[in-house]
Every structure is written in structure tokens, then in C-alpha cells.
Design a protein around this ligand. Structure first.
Ligand SMILES: [Zn+2]
Length: 168
């Protein structure tokens, strides 16, 4: 689903899945934000959803993860093996490297494949790929590792991960 030009929802409720995932695509950059699953492996579904919009997921240079929970990060290791760089906060990087309870794998099928982040962003740090520019704000609460990537310059959106919800 294209939300606004260049911003695609590639996983989540419209596809019968719990977790949202996004692809931001411009003429010179392609970045994923969150990619994971809860109870069933969904990376093939994400790839098919991308294909519908002419997006080759393998051309994504970076996966920006909002927090370490399984449903937002469990595709990281596989995407990294295909050449995608993993970007996240320092607490998220620690959790992904350990693949431990901070990834909440125990709440789903429990098979979390650890990976090492390629780039760590601290609070307020700007992450740039081509013409895309994200300011990454630390937002601990739902998870200690949470960040909110903000892209006001080009598309005027921010991705809140799981920071605003109904108490679940
Ligand atoms: Zn979460």
C-alpha cells in the first residue's frame, strides 16, 4: 500500500499481519523501516508486497529498526546477509546481538536470529541515505531501545513504532 508518494506500507494489518513495516523510496535511496513477524515467517510476504509496487527489496541499502522487539526486527539477520545494512539505537544493537528476551522472541515462535548492527544512531542523530534524511529521536518506554525516525524535510512523516497504542 502506498501511503503517500514514495512511502509504502509493506507489512501489517492490511496484509493480515500484526506488525507494520515500511519502505521509503526516492530516486536515489531505498530504506526499510522495521521488518519482522510475530507468529508466521513473513519475509516472503513482504517481498511479494514490494514486488506489487515495483520495489526490489534487495535494493534496500538500510533497514532502520524502531526497537528490538521480534515483530519489528526478526528479518534483520536475513536482510543483512543479502546486503542490507542494519541501523538502530545502541540498546537495540545490544539486544539484536544477543537475541535475548529484549527481542521478546519468547512471545512468538522464539526463533530469533541475532545480528550485529552496522550503524548505531544516538538520540537526535541524523541518518542520511541519498536524499533521505531521518532525525532519530530516542523514545524509551515501550522498549528501552525505541527510537522515532522523523523525516520532515522530504515526506513530512515520522514512524512511531509501537510508541502510541491503546495500552497493549
Ligand atoms: Zn514492541
Amino acid at each position: 500500500m502506498q501511503i503517500i508518494p514514495g512511502v509504502y506500507l509493506i507489512n501489517g494489518f492490511p496484509y493480515g499481519q500484526h506488525q507494520n513495516g515500511y519502505c521509503i523510496k526516492t530516486g536515489d535511496a531505498q530504506v526499510l523501516i522495521d521488518s519482522g513477524d510475530l507468529e508466521t515467517p513473513t519475509l516472503p510476504l513482504v517481498e511479494r508486497n514490494c514486488e506489487r509496487w515495483g520495489i526490489d527489496i534487495a535494493r534496500s541499502s538500510h533497514l532502520l529498526i524502531t526497537h528490538s522487539h521480534f515483530d519489528h526486527s526478526s528479518h534483520a539477520a536475513r536482510l543483512q546477509k543479502n546486503g542490507t545494512n542494519i541501523v538502530c539505537s545502541r540498546p537495540c544493537a545490544d539486544a539484536l546481538a544477543a537475541g535475548d528476551d529484549r527481542c521478546v522472541g519468547f512471545a512468538a515462535h522464539g526463533r530469533f536470529e541475532p545480528c550485529t548492527a552496522d550503524r548505531i544512531v544516538d538520540d537526535g542523530e541524523v541518518f542520511t541515505v541519498g536524499s533521505l534524511r531521518f532525525t532519530c529521536m530516542s523514545a524509551p518506554g515501550h522498549a528501552d531501545s525505541s527510537i522515532v525516525p522523523d523525516n520532515p524535510q522530504r515526506h513530512g512523516f515520522m514512524v512511531c513504532g509501537r510508541h502510541y497504542h491503546d495500552g497493549a
